[in-house]
Design a protein around this ligand. Structure first.
Ligand code: ADE
Length: 241
């Protein structure tokens, strides 16, 4: 997979991409990630990339020309036949989910546009972006953290990136519910013991316990998700009572 992140603050992005799982995925060639500063594609000698909004109003907008030029540049460098998905990070986008992460992991080339200041000239949304994504109903100072969130969630789904494929299948949100609780040694810490069933060696009982715990946690923390699960009546009653 090829990823390009277009931002005015590459230095804010690069340390994360050079750490932990993402760094290993890059070393193993599971993903090729480049960060490009679109200030280098400014159309004026002062290297500005923002300007005042027509019609007045607070703040500055990112101008269209540098973003279009930067996307042309990264596409020419990659020289791939596939049309890239051009993903504009904005609090006005559709909310990113695990399902969207699975959809994006099948793409060959993703380009992320990170805004700053008050937003983008709308021609970027209309004629350059193929997708608008938000990471939640709050406003960040820029799209950099949001792009990293999406990149991280997608890269960990690529083949070979997580050592244990089973571990991502059990993740929260993979089955529309939250993950069950887990414990490791010691068996007793202060006065708190690991639930007996997990030490029993009875795999059927363990599976049943995990499913019940996952459902109970989903009901408590995310009633919106719980409502969408198709449970038989007996199981639903057992959790809700
Ligand atoms: N830029 C600023 N806030 C954002 C958000 N919540 N999601 C995506 N991009 C953003």
């Amino acid at each position: 997979m090829h990823l390009d992140i277009l931002s005015l603050f590459p230095e804010a992005i690069e340390p994360y991409l050079s750490s932990s799982v993402i760094a290993r995925a890059r070393q193993a060639d599971a993903v090729d990630i480049r960060v490009t500063n679109f200030r280098d594609f400014s159309d004026n000698r002062h290297k500005t990339v923002d300007d005042y909004p027509f019609g007045g109003g607070a703040g500055m907008l990112l101008k269209a020309p540098p973003l279009f030029a930067a996307v042309d540049h990264v596409r020419a460098l990659r020289n791939l036949d596939d049309e890239p998905r051009v993903i504009m990070m904005t609090p006005q986008g559709r909310t990113f989910t695990q399902e969207i992460a699975h959809e994006l992991k099948t793409e060959r080339h993703l380009i992320f546009l990170c805004g700053h200041y008050e937003g983008f000239d709308d021609r970027v949304r209309q004629h350059l972006a193929t997708d608008e994504l938000s990471i939640g109903d709050f406003v960040l100072t820029g799209g950099e953290l949001a792009a990293l969130v999406v990149v991280d969630a997608v890269v960990r789904l690529l083949p070979g990136v997580l050592g244990n494929e089973e571990s991502s299948r059990q993740d929260s949100h993979e089955h529309g519910m939250l993950e069950y609780p887990q414990y490791t040694r010691p068996r007793k810490f202060r006065e708190w013991e690991v639930p007996e069933v997990l030490l029993s060696g009875n795999h059927k009982k363990i599976e049943e316990w995990r499913r019940r715990e996952a459902l109970a946690k989903t009901l408590t923390n995310r009633p919106d998700l719980f409502e969408k699960l198709s449970l038989d009546e007996r199981e639903r009653d057992e959790i809700v009572r």
